[in-house]
Design a binder for this molecule. Structure first.
Ligand SMILES: [Zn+2]
Length: 131
């Protein structure tokens, strides 16, 4: 009985996978509602994400499917025994289904190098607290 149940469940899950073209990319990211034909989209394309994850603000979204993300980090200065603020700026791929704009807070994750300066992809648009 138990074995039969298991096989039935397996078959159903396979069917579901075929029905939906979207894939889960892991790490608990929620797939965007919109779809796109972008080859470099982690949800609808071929590319996979791995490595480091950061949360930052979009400072520039002027190029097509690319954005600049910036976030602050603290560096300890031993002489003064205090921290100074430093900024990290990276370029990230902005898939059409996510479409992050300037001022948005986004989560980016590392991927294989897409171009000379791009090796991050936007995986999530974080909700902002306007209040
Ligand atoms: Zn997509």
């Amino acid at each position: 009985m138990d074995a039969n149940l298991l096989t039935v469940q397996k078959k159903e899950s396979k069917k579901n996978n075929n029905m939906t073209q979207q894939k889960t990319i892991g790490f608990g990211y929620i797939s965007p509602k919109e779809t796109c034909n972008d080859k470099k989209c982690p949800f609808h394309g071929q590319i996979k994400v791995r490595g480091r994850t950061f949360v930052g603000t979009v400072t520039s979204a002027k190029f097509a499917r690319s954005i600049t993300v910036e976030w602050e980090r603290l560096k300890f200065i031993p002489k003064y025994e205090r921290f100074e603020k430093r900024k990290t700026k990276v370029k990230a791929h902005n898939p059409e289904c996510i479409n992050a704009k300037e001022g948005d807070i986004v989560t980016i994750q590392e991927c294989k190098p897409i171009s000379k300066t791009k090796h991050f992809i936007v995986v999530q648009k974080n909700e902002q607290n306007n209040a």
